[in-house]
Ligand binder design. Structure first.
Ligand code: HEM
Length: 500
């Protein structure tokens, strides 16, 4: 049922929230000072909804300490902002925090939590995670899509070259590249309704950030009806479902004629597992759609954001840009086309990506966890169902762990052994522990080749003679941490003969 919001209802709702807010006054306890704080909640929610939440939460942590208990609406939330407490959550007590919170927005969109990212910790999640790690996103599987990445990167080269030194919208171009790669990885070729699919997923993930009013007041059942969240999510869900159904039936039709030696795309793997049987939880079509949703959501926007931020940082730091270009040009020695094997030797490029992930992690607050067994963190008892937000973005800019943390210095990783794979808790672009990202290999492979290609074939300038320091670096918090404004740049084709 849809309720079209009459104003009186809205006003009533507003007062209801204020009253419950006052009743639930936000208890913020600073564990460092061992002193409870009481602050009106509404101001904080307003800040969270108004500015990028990782910024607002950083300010909160600076004021109240690295472990803060806050009542976000009706949701009891633990905010973690230090490497020490991140390790407590994701290593020492990983099992106690292996759940995800239940969000109405996710329930509506992620096939009732039967995807992987939001499935509750338990046997079903373990089965799906195993399929993910062994069958869908293993190093061998990622490697098998090498030719897809090469072809799509070469197509990008052609479309930029055609612009003949006019300004190009790199944001749009990179998004298309990532969309195309992930469609071919999942379906074996371009998806029907590709653009619409990705828009819907983007809208869905944006609404599922956990900061939607309906998710902050889950016990107010009428809220999603009044705010329109339920209507919006149901609309997205219906459209998405239709597209996924068409993709699956097209795919089954095509696969009736099976070609020998053809690389198995991810949907083929899932359908094989469905029909071969033998799984403790036989896969339904909804389960398959849930996994596809995760792969599209994780595999499109995140790598796209990394390439855009890396290019933005290099444009703002010409010395580092020159160094990255010199490396790839030296390795390729004037060859016409870049291949994935060339990327293996690009040490500086990898440092650039690492430093980009430090300053601009696509998921700055990771994916929230939820406490499933009572435990003690920093001397506090954490009850079951407490939601946990880890501000990985703040930790990765903390002067306690990083020298000159706001500056882009890829070299900082050259001597350091800090890994991005969840063992060093001051640097967590892919999270850590049992629920760590299983798609890091695919995500990085999809990032490295297009970035190397951009650096090899072109020199880059900002339009209208703008200076590096003029480049706007504002962020927009959504499905992933993106540039607020599209990245417009002028490509100058690089002529290797001028180097000699
Ligand atoms: C390269 C960019 C990527 C980044 C930075 C990234 C980051 C993350 C982070 C921070 C988490 C939460 C980890 C935690 O809770 O500790 C996560 C979870 C997840 N990611 Fe990624 N991701 C990326 C690419 C991908 C790709 C390409 C896929 C799939 C094709 C993917 C699929 C997932 C899934 C399924 C989860 C949930 C795992 C679970 O709950 O068991 N990600 N990702």
């Amino acid at each position: 049922m849809e309720i079209h919001m009459p104003y009186t209802l809205l006003i009533l709702l507003f007062f209801f929230i204020i009253i419950t807010t006052i009743a639930f006054k936000c208890l913020i306890s600073n564990k460092n000072k061992n002193q409870p704080w009481k602050l009106p909640l509404f101001g904080h929610i307003h800040h969270l909804l108004a500015s990028p939440p990782h910024h607002a939460l950083k300010t909160l942590a600076e004021k109240h300490g690295p472990i803060v208990h806050l009542q976000l609406g009706h949701v009891s939330t633990l905010l973690i902002s230090s490497s020490h407490f991140a390790k407590e959550i994701m290593k020492t007590h990983d099992l106690s925090f292996a759940n995800r919170p239940k969000l109405l927005t996710v329930e509506l969109i992620a096939y009732n939590y039967t995807d992987i990212a939001f499935a509750p910790y338990g046997d079903y999640w373990r089965q799906m995670r195993k399929i993910c790690v062994l069958e869908l996103l293993s190093a061998k599987k990622v490697e098998s899509f090498r030719s897809v990445r090469e072809q799509v990167s070469w197509d990008l080269l052609d479309s930029i070259t055609m612009q003949r030194s006019k300004a190009v919208n790199l944001t749009e171009m990179i998004s298309i590249v990532m969309n195309t790669i992930i469609c071919r990885v999942v379906v074996g070729r371009g998806c029907r309704d590709q653009e619409m699919l990705l828009k819907l997923i983007n809208d869905a993930v944006h609404l599922s950030s956990g900061f939607d009013v309906a998710d902050l007041f889950p016990s107010v059942k009428v809220l999603p009806l009044i705010t329109g969240t339920r209507r919006k999510m149901m609309k997205i869900r219906k459209e998405l479902d239709k597209i996924f159904d068409r993709i699956i039936s097209d795919h089954q039709e095509r696969r009736r004629v099976k070609c020998e030696n053809e690389n198995e795309d991810l949907l083929s793997v899932l359908l094989r597992l469905k029909y071969d049987g033998g799984l403790e939880f036989p896969l339904t079509f909804d389960n398959i759609k849930g996994v596809m949703l995760d792969v599209f959501a994780g595999g499109t926007d995140n790598p796209s954001a990394i390439v855009q931020w890396a290019m933005s940082e290099l444009l703002r730091n010409p010395k580092e840009m020159k160094k990255a270009q010199a490396e790839v040009r030296q390795v390729l020695k004037g060859r016409q086309k870049i291949h994935e094997s060339d990327v293996q030797g690009l040490e500086y490029l990898k440092l650039v990506i690492k430093e980009t992930l430090r300053l601009h992690p696509p998921l700055p607050l990771l994916v929230p966890r939820e406490c499933r067994e009572e435990c003690e963190i920093g001397g506090c008892r954490i009850p079951i169902k407490t939601k946990v937000i880890i501000n990985a973005w703040k930790i990765a800019r903390d002067p306690d762990y990083w020298i000159d943390p706001e500056s882009f210095i890829p070299e900082r990783f050259s001597e350091s052994r800090i890994s991005m794979m969840g063992t060093d808790f001051e640097y967590l672009p892919f999270g850590a522990g049992r629920r760590m990202c299983p798609g890091s290999l695919l995500g990085l492979a999809n990032t490295e080749l297009p970035l190397a290609m951009l650096l090899y074939h072109f020199n880059w300038e900002l339009p209208d003679g703008a200076k590096p320091e003029d480049l706007d670096m504002s962020e927009s918090f959504g499905a992933s941490l993106k540039r607020k404004n599209d990245l417009l740049v002028v490509p100058i084709p690089y002529d290797s003969s001028t180097d000699h």
